[in-house]
Design a protein around this ligand. Structure first.
Ligand code: BGC
Length: 542
């Protein structure tokens, strides 16, 4: 890299203590996860509800034989996957909106779009409207799911950034569980409330998030990107709970500004398409090139879907029904979502203590073992009630491994690996990849497992197990350790290490020092100027 100063300089970045307010702000932003989880989860139970099948298939419950009282595979797959299709496009567009109008505005807009989609779904009594409603709601979820990660990673203090982004995953799991509980509560109703209640309830989550976000500040890194340093400093001062002219705020701002300047220098600027093209610039084999990071983020999210977790959450109820000896498949489905919720907090501690890389490695290993056990028990003794109980137990242990590792880990890492000039697009592309694969899996799964199609039954776990083995190898070779570093240090670490040596890397210089920003500041340069205007802005509170 031309012009880089690589010798050690002063790296003692002072960091503000993490305040309760900082936690509270991030915890609130994590709330966005609830409707991601709820919206993707409610459909699992709804499609197995008698009243829903009767209405949407136009069947007479008295004269239709039980084996015909089902939704055909193609419809199940369309209804389930159309949400992820909408979300895919929503997430892609959201990256641009977040750079143009701000992270916060994009999330609030996402909530509005989502509500429109939910209204259509609630009103639906046939395929057309529910599909249109899920497509539109998907756009909203795309906005929110891509930009919340960006927003949280950008405002969270570095020491707890992983834990805080894991909080988002925790909310996803709570959303899934709530959806499953509400489905369980309404499934026996003999009126349209059976499916309309679970659908309509989602508006509440969107309203709470949108109203709450009005009260939160915009991301300081967005303001830096826009060149509005005084605003950036004022927001930093607010989220760190420190005076705007304190050493904490000065240093953090200087580092963000310097990193952005550096990245702008090494990344060619130009029009709209050029800025998209920047995400794919560089050499794929160089660990810090933009293209490498984009491929890393998108493939990590793809691998997260390949773990097969959504097979359990989207099709669990239908799968448990096929095991024959289970009395209440809805209950088992609900239990898997409860295990998911209660296992996620393990990651709050582990992700900061153990690190991202070991967590993903151990998680993949645990999932491989569980899935192969489920598959082997299923094919050897699948109809024996004791074997079925063992299968369900191992599915729950598998969920434990997912929830405490890959669930949060994939989101944490994509929030950290992109430099500021391409961060919003990089995170958006990665999130879009999550939804694309989510969609592909939702489309093909019914064809793989349904009796009248592939009829794989429990054998499908051989596929998920093998894919989890790929996740292990993938992590070993490609995932760097980002624990404990500022986003700007992550940028440097990726430049100077390979994934396998990354955990030993220690910061040895700052961008501010390299860009000469500290000297400029001393001479009354950028940071100093920012500070002058900051006092004014801080008074108005951002
Ligand atoms: C995944 C979702 C999944 C959920 C389960 C998320 O991290 O992206 O697809 O449904 O975890 O908790």
């Amino acid at each position: 890299m031309a012009g880089r100063v690589t010798g050690p300089t002063d790296v003692s970045l002072v960091e503000a203590p993490v305040t309760f307010k900082a936690y509270l702000m991030c915890a609130f932003a994590a709330f966005g996860g609830i409707f991601f989880g709820y919206d993707s989860g409610y459909i699992n139970g709804v499609m197995a509800m008698d009243y829903f099948i009767e209405t949407f298939e136009g069947l007479d419950p008295v004269t239709t034989p039980p084996e015909d009282f089902v939704i055909p595979s193609w419809k199940k797959s369309l209804i389930t996957s159309i949400l992820s299709a909408g979300t895919f496009f929503g997430a892609l567009i959201a990256g641009d909106l977040a750079d143009w109008f701000g992270r916060r505005t994009t999330i609030i807009t996402g909530c509005g779009v989502f509500i429109v989609g939910v209204v259509l779904q609630t009103a639906s009594t046939g395929l057309g409207l529910i599909v249109a409603g899920r497509l539109i709601a998907g756009f909203g979820v795309g906005f929110v799911s891509a930009i919340i990660i960006l927003y949280m990673s950008e405002i969270a203090p570095r020491k707890v950034r992983g834990a805080i982004v894991s909080g988002y995953q925790f909310c996803i799991t709570v959303g899934l569980m709530l959806a499953s509980c509400v489905d369980y509560g309404t499934e026996n109703r003999t009126d349209s409330g059976s499916y309309r209640i679970p659908i309509a309830l989602q508006m509440l989550w969107a309203l709470i998030l949108a109203v709450g976000l009005f009260l939160l500040p915009e991301s300081p890194r967005y303001f830096v990107k826009k060149g509005r340093l005084e605003k950036a400093a004022a927001v930093l001062s607010r989220v760190r709970g420190q005076p705007v002219d304190s050493e904490y705020i000065r240093q953090e701002l200087a580092e963000i500004v310097a990193n952005n300047e550096y990245e702008l220098q090494v990344t060619p600027q130009g029009g709209y398409f050029n800025s998209w093209f920047n995400c794919f610039r560089g050499n794929l084999f160089s660990p810090n090139s933009n293209v490498r990071r984009t491929v890393l983020g998108t493939s990590l999210q793809m691998m997260q879907q390949w773990t097969g977790v959504n097979f359990v959450f989207y099709f669990g109820t239908t799968f448990f029904k096929t095991l024959g000896t289970i009395d209440d498949p809805f209950l088992i489905s609900m239990i898997t979502t409860i295990v998911n919720v209660f296992s996620t907090p393990v990651s709050f501690w582990a992700i900061e203590r153990v690190g991202r890389r070991p967590l993903l490695l151990w998680g993949a290993l645990g999932m491989v073992i569980c899935q192969f056990i489920v598959a082997i028990v299923g094919v050897t003794d699948g109809q024996n009630p004791k074997a079925v109980s063992a299968m369900i137990s191992f599915i729950c242990i598998y969920i434990f491994f997912f929830a405490s590792t890959w669930g949060p880990g994939a989101w944490v890492v994509i929030g950290e690996i992109f430099p500021l000039p391409i961060r919003s697009r990089g995170v958006a592309l990665s999130t879009a990849s999550n939804w694309l694969w989510n969609c592909i899996i939702a489309v093909i799964t019914p064809y793989m497992v349904d009796k009248e199609r592939g009829n794989l039954g429990a054998k499908v776990f051989f596929i998920w197990g093998s894919l989890c083995a790929c996740c292990f190898v993938y992590t070993y070779f490609l995932i760097p350790e980002t624990k404990g570093l500022t986003l700007e240090q992550v940028d440097k670490m990726m430049e100077e290490t390979t994934p396998r040596t990354s955990s030993k890397w220690k910061p040895h210089t700052t961008f501010a020092a390299e860009m000469g920003l500290t000297e400029k500041a001393a001479e009354g340069g950028m940071v100093e100027k920012a500070e002058e205007s900051v006092v004014e802005v801080a008074k108005q509170d951002v």
